[in-house]
Write a protein that binds this ligand. Structure first.
Ligand code: GRG
Length: 280
């Protein structure tokens, strides 16, 4: 299949849904709404929303039914980047070649824009109730809340900030990656499948697939940034070749889990390969 065309077409659906959900930049308080939009448009790769829709299709559902979850995970991702760039965290003044939100709007508004993006994510997901059963939506809301709370995304960020640079233990590094990066990727896949009506067994297997692909995605990210100082990085701890090898092994293990899903899971497989082989 043509992954570039798939990403362009589905990415446009995501952009349209995000445009519909976000308050106009001029709506009061204009600084807040401008700040919320700053990192959403233009966005990044939209990798997590694409996974949501590909997972829905992989279990025989419709990508459109998973669009609210797709928007939700991109909004959470964006909030996490806005907060990650803050002076009290990574202290970055540029992202995707543009000034970060706190540089343009100030620190206080950037914190609040991140907060509001996270709320909007759950509002977006609740909107799925018009398309699929209320039970599926409620379960997906619970899944997303768990994945981005203190035991996963936020806890992973805390563990990352406290990481000992001398620690080269594979399991401890991957435990940070699992929470900080893979939890949101796994819930994107499991949530997309859930909204599309997957069975509990399929959701559990896709969640494991997502955790493995998510850690591989983070290793690939560290390999791309290998010249930058990142204390919790397999590339730094094991060296580039061993890190590349580990990402490849994780991808192979993950792919075996979804062998039984057949042809309709091809976009999901292609996205998983892209996670490891991407050049940006
Ligand atoms: C601050 C609450 C809070 C959480 C922070 C996700 C995260 C946890 C921090 C973001 C910083 C970071 C580099 C995290 C690792 C995840 C990752 C590789 C993000 C980059 O994702 P891409 O490549 O970005 O999908 P684009 O720009 O394409 O959207």
């Amino acid at each position: 299949m043509d992954l570039q065309a798939y990403m362009a077409e589905r990415g446009a659906w995501v952009d349209a849904e995000l445009e519909r959900l976000l308050p106009p930049a001029g709506e009061a308080p204009a600084a807040l709404h401008g700040a919320m939009r700053h990192l959403v448009f233009p966005g990044g790769k939209r990798f997590r929303p694409l996974l949501v829709m590909a997972a829905a299709e992989a279990v025989g559902g419709r990508a459109e039914d998973a669009l609210p979850m797709a928007a939700a995970v991109e909004l959470v991702h964006t909030y996490s980047l806005v907060h990650d760039d803050l002076p009290c965290m990574d202290d970055d003044s540029e992202r995707r070649g543009r000034p970060t939100v706190h540089v343009v709007y100030g620190e206080a508004v950037a914190v609040l824009a991140g907060d509001a993006l996270q709320c909007l994510a759950f509002e977006a997901l609740a909107g799925a109730a018009g398309r699929v059963s209320a039970e599926r939506v409620a379960l997906a809301v619970g899944d997303l809340a768990l994945a981005v709370g203190s035991r996963q995304l936020v806890g992973g960020q805390v563990a990352d900030l406290a990481f000992d640079p001398a620690d080269t233990d594979l399991a401890r590094i991957e435990s940070v990656h699992a929470r900080k990066t893979a939890a949101l990727i796994a819930v994107s896949i499991a949530g997309g499948a859930r909204l599309a009506g997957a069975s509990a067994a399929q959701i559990a297997e896709l969640d494991l697939f997502g955790q493995e692909v998510g850690i591989a995605f983070q290793i690939a990210d560290d390999l791309l940034d290998a010249d930058e100082e990142d204390l919790c990085s397999l590339a730094n701890a094991l060296g580039l070749d061993a890190a590349r090898e580990r990402a490849q092994r994780l991808l192979e293990t993950a792919m075996k889990r979804i062998e039984n899903l057949g042809e309709r899971a091809e976009p999901l497989r292609d996205l998983a390969r892209y996670a490891v082989q991407r050049k940006l």
